[in-house]
Ligand binder design. Sequence first.
Ligand SMILES: Nc1nc2c(c(=O)[nH]1)N[C@H]1C(S)=C(S)[C@@H](COP(=O)(O)OP(=O)(O)OC[C@H]3O[C@@H](n4cnc5c(=O)[nH]c(N)nc54)[C@H](O)[C@@H]3O)O[C@H]1N2
Ligand SMILES: Nc1nc2c(c(=O)[nH]1)N[C@H]1C(S)=C(S)[C@@H](COP(=O)(O)OP(=O)(O)OC[C@H]3O[C@@H](n4cnc5c(=O)[nH]c(N)nc54)[C@H](O)[C@@H]3O)O[C@H]1N2
Ligand SMILES: [Mo]
Length: 890
Amino acid sequence: MRVFIGESAVDVPEGASLLDAVHAANRELPALCHDERLSPRGSCRTCLVRADGRVVAACTASATEGVRVNLDDPAARQAAKGAVELIVSELPARALDVPPERSELVRACTHFGITGSSFSGATHDRGVDHSHPYVKLDRDLCIACGRCVAMCAEVQGTFALDLTGRGFDAVVTAGDGGPWVSSPCVGCGGCVDSCPTGALSEPGLLDPRPTTATTATTCGYCGVGCTLDVHVRDGEIAAITPARGAPVNRGHACIKGRFAHAFHRADDRLTTPLVRRDGHLVETTWDDAIATIADRLSSTRQQHGPDAIAVISSARATNEENYLAQKFVRTAIGTNNIDNCSRLCHAPSAAGLTASFGLAGGTNPLDDLDRTDCILLAGANPTEAHPVVGARIKQRVLSGARLVVVDPRRTELAALADVHLQASPGSNVAVFNGLAHLLIDEDLLDHDFLDQRTTGFAELAALVQDYPPDVAAEIAAVRAADLISAARLFGRAHHPVIVYGLGITEHAHGTDGVRTLANLAILRGAVGTPGCCGILPLRGQNNVQGASDMGALPDVLPGYQPVTDPAVRNRFAALWGRAVPERPGLRIPQMFDAAIAGEVRAIHVIGEDIVQSDPNATHVRAALRSCDLVVCHDVFPSRTAEHADVVLPAASFLEKDGTFVNFDRRFQRVRPAVAPPGSATSDFDILHRIANAMGIDLGCRTPSAALAECASLTPVFAGVSHQRLDAEGPLHWPCRAPDRPGEAVLHLDGFATPDGRAALAARPYLPPGEQPDGEFPHLLITGRRLVHYNTGSMTRRTPNTELLPAETLELHPADAAHLRVVDGANVTVTSRWGRATLTARLTRDVAPGQVFAAFHFPDAAINDLTSPHTDAATGCPEYKVTAVRISPGP
Ligand SMILES: Nc1nc2c(c(=O)[nH]1)N[C@H]1C(S)=C(S)[C@@H](COP(=O)(O)OP(=O)(O)OC[C@H]3O[C@@H](n4cnc5c(=O)[nH]c(N)nc54)[C@H](O)[C@@H]3O)O[C@H]1N2
Ligand SMILES: Nc1nc2c(c(=O)[nH]1)N[C@H]1C(S)=C(S)[C@@H](COP(=O)(O)OP(=O)(O)OC[C@H]3O[C@@H](n4cnc5c(=O)[nH]c(N)nc54)[C@H](O)[C@@H]3O)O[C@H]1N2
Ligand SMILES: [Mo]
């Protein structure tokens, strides 16, 4: 539709407002209650314009074909100016001191020629609330526009904020009006980001000096892949804000990506290489550290063969670094002993989705959530672990989508669900077979899809005969009636979507869990069909999808091309100039076993704290002690570093160049915003230096060249390059040519399985590896908390610790009474594998007989407790089920 803003004609889509048209014409118009992320409010009257003769608020008036908008109409302008003058008449003059780039109000005053004298009206003295480490409130600058309240409700879905008081006294308050930090605020920063006056601000922006540079990059915490703008002042990060219009996060973020950046200048950051001398790690030069590693890797290789070396690559690092790591291992060392933390996480997703559909990625983009009318959320806690996705799920549910949650704990979303199947840990396959039984029994099936595009229906139908609702309910300890309700909600939805996480994968039968969950999408024809919403694994680390995509895995080269395929190997060997070893290498748990058996003699770890994050830590420590050489690259002195012979200081994501692949298969750019401290450098640079010292040139000197090389060898990434990402923005894979778009939805033209059909899986329920018994009567579930991230190495070095200073053990009050434990008391948790001391926190969010803890704090060594049981198909640890005994006292 064509509209006219002054003399210029602009085209805007149907449904656009006049304000959108003004912005499309690149004209400024103050609009103090407006934010494009929110529904229009039209309350402040500062965007008045004349449109076809009438004075209207541009933010709420719809654009119509041919409408003529006059921004300079004297009457409209006078009325708008009056509205701003009325607002500022109640503000202190210091409202004008906020730098214009941070205050729409200051810009509005400039626009209308309003000066400090207009601010001399009544003044308040309502004070500040600086109780929260990140969200700082200056009440006297609040104009009660309501944008913060709307951000919290409409975008974040937390409803923590409100406007209280009347008229000019109205001001934002959090929670019940007490200190901000005690409110339900989750620190997403949406309110700060939208505030037009600086009433809500954040530490780095309270400093009046302007920031000097802004770099757009991708968040280095979880796999959602939010685009962030990093604002720098004097070479230091002043603030990080979500990029407006970013495809994944749409101008939203969470407390980690938005605020938890202080780690990058923490006092104990590694800035110099360390080498072990006489039992102690001491500082050394890069030349010495690199020569030590190169010499000892070379001699290990000579004496014991290349398979005596194992490398763990990093899902925190970029694609280009992972590409180089696997190239280094396969060419410079000559082994396939390379793996990444996908093994501990979503390896069962890769295996299960490949078996069901032929590709290892989630099938649909996040945006398809906007279309769904029923979400089956299984074993995932996105409001804590993927908060931007969690908020989007809440938005969908608030606008009417139904929600079924399968989780042994009452998570935030479980509490909001239509049906919460509080299934016992390890019972997923029984639940999903029970749901499949009901879908078949009640004929909630897509018969055409099943006939034309799937295999295995008869076998599945026969198997799930054994899982009528009462049987499945009994195994999972849920009510049969709830299973039936859940099956009907999912079965009758027009656009059902499945979203899942580690509660499905980190089990002794994790791959079976993924496959039986995928069955439900297949039975409904909800995957690979036009308009479907598909199945979305919430991949964990910022680049765990990418680390695996790049071939940092023992059995596949980039793009999941098998090392066992001679044609594939030859293609890589031809370009690399070295043979690619044909025998698949060791998986992470096998590396430790092999080290203890004396077969692996050197372990080289890039960006993973295996001593804190792998299960059965006693075994991991023993494995490291058995090695002749342990090397690690990290940002901080990790628990693993304590066992290393050489420790190299790595640059963090804020300091390097490359790409990540997020959970919905998007390649996105990572750009350096600040310089690494001291002599720290990128994992990319480190790998090149080690290879050079071993006399090998890995080629691809720059990250851009590395991705180009990878694309040239990998058909599904053939169209991806730094140049294209810089020019066009994120690209989904598969992206098969430079002139073709990425494929956001998979399998529309047929599944990628050998026969082109989706494979239903008839898998029986098998009990978990660990069971409670008389000696270990409780089940420990492990997982995550909002403000800390994995081993906590980064978030513990930020003010996030003010919000959560230590780990707790969540315990049901009935169990606590039985054990004579009160809230806040120390308890000792003992498993068959180790023990840990924690503080008890009583909550009904866990079921009786079950306890929960996260693994973010090294002094609450949760992985001293977890067992060596792993998923039979993939080796993924059974982190979610450990039998424990709880006793009062340390
Ligand atoms: N704040 C924060 N965010 C993170 C991380 C972090 O450490 N902190 N880590 C990142 C990483 S690496 C990952 S992989 C993701 C993980 O993200 P999620 O998969 O969401 O994380 P978890 O909390 O480990 O587990 C999810 C849920 O599984 C449930 N669960 C446990 N056992 C079972 C079961 O048998 N059946 C079912 N149905 N559910 C079960 C747990 O109660 C828990 O609520 O998060 C990423 N994002
Ligand atoms: N009990 C229990 N244990 C678990 C899980 C669970 O649910 N329960 N979940 C598992 C899962 S899903 C995962 S993914 C793992 C995660 O386990 P890890 O990967 O070990 O944990 P992280 O804290 O993410 O980061 C690892 C290290 O990388 C460093 N680092 C960060 N960025 C970079 C970089 O760019 N380069 C380098 N060289 N280093 C960097 C960090 O400082 C940190 O020490 O934990 C697993 N462990
Ligand atoms: Mo993970």
